[in-house]
Design a protein around this ligand. Sequence first.
Ligand code: ADP
Ligand code: MG
Length: 250
Amino acid sequence: MPVSADAPRPIVDARGLWKRYGALTVLHGVDLSVAERELVFIIGPSGSGKSTLLRCLNRLEEPDDGSIHVDGIELLSPKTDINAARRRIGMVFQSFNLYPHMTARQNVMLALRKVLGKSRDEADSIAAAALHRVGLGERMDHHPAQLSGGQQQRVAIARAIALEPRVMLFDEPTSALDPELVGGVLNVMRELRESGMTMVVVSHEMAFARAAADRVVFMADGQKLEEGPPAQIFGDPQHERTRAFIRQID
Ligand code: ADP
Ligand code: MG
């Protein structure tokens, strides 16, 4: 197939993903392609398969059928070293999953040492830079209990970006936060996007989607029902299910 200069290879290219839990089919042949530097925002009712889709994209869940290329690597091939492939994929969840007995800096360093085999000194300076980047330069040596939820989530983001992933997946990163802490996390995500990071974000922060997303995907019942630029999905949705969803969140 000819490769044209204005159609770069997508960073994420998932095709025909099926996922079943027993009799329940959660993904019905979903396709998702994400271009380099693109921010794709996924919305949809609870239970529509958004988390399952994200978890398939780094093989935390095993799809029953389909293919997933990340940065050109076929994740589902038995020949693929899944741990090596996962290094290219950063993931941030609703819960921060920091080690409570370690400082912010130690949490980030641990990932660098374990996943990338960095030396202590190297891990220390990369961790410090990543924590500065998320606005926690002054709090690097605090333990999670001494940080707000928003700050803890920013440590989790620093831990992911320190590994220099090719794509970042966010699954409801602000859903567990008190409202006044949401903005700080979204600002970090905005900064990351401006720096050119490729991102897939599942979130209910519709104002952020309108402002920062290149494309919004609406999912319902394990299917992608509609996708397009935020102005179209929020301003002129085509599918009745999308219209109902947008009405209810506005
Ligand atoms: P969303 O993130 O959009 O709320 P999920 O991907 O979490 O949706 O879930 C989609 C559907 O799959 C839901 O019906 C959920 O109950 C079901 N599901 C998710 N994980 C499992 C699991 N491990 N076992 C059985 N059912 C699951
Ligand atoms: Mg979910």
